[in-house]
Design a protein around this ligand. Structure first.
Ligand SMILES: [Zn+2]
Length: 121
């Protein structure tokens, strides 16, 4: 049976949400042990993301909302990231990634969103 457009778009949406969950390190806050073990969303991303998004620090939520707004306004992704990097929201995003890395006993890595969007990986 051929996939309908609705099925394909649902799969694409789940893939996209998983990518953003990873960028935002939402697995760190997830109640699903499989997500925390895998360090990525292993549940249903459309359920995990909104639930865990609310648990992020306010500045990180602002970073995401500002980035989404920039995309909506057709501001190039790299330009939006560069602008956000210089903002309090960008600092909050950086601090969040540093805190997640520190909680794992790892050296801080550059956030993936600063080089490529989640859909490109
Ligand atoms: Zn999860």
């Amino acid at each position: 049976m051929a996939k309908t457009a609705a099925v394909v778009s649902y799969i694409d949406l789940e893939k996209c949400l998983r990518g953003w969950s990873k960028v935002l390190s939402l697995w760190r806050l997830c109640g699903n042990a499989a997500c925390r073990r895998a360090r990525r969303c292993r549940g249903e991303a459309h359920v995990c993301l909104p639930k865990n998004f609310q648990l992020l620090p306010q500045g990180v939520r602002d970073w995401f909302v500002d980035l989404a707004a920039a995309q909506e306004c057709d501001i190039p992704f790299d330009a939006a990231i560069e602008s956000l990097d210089a903002s309090p929201a960008g600092q909050a995003f950086h601090d969040w990634n540093a805190a997640v890395a520190a909680s794992l006993g790892e050296a801080e890595e550059a956030p993936a969103a600063q080089t490529t969007g989640p859909a490109e990986r």
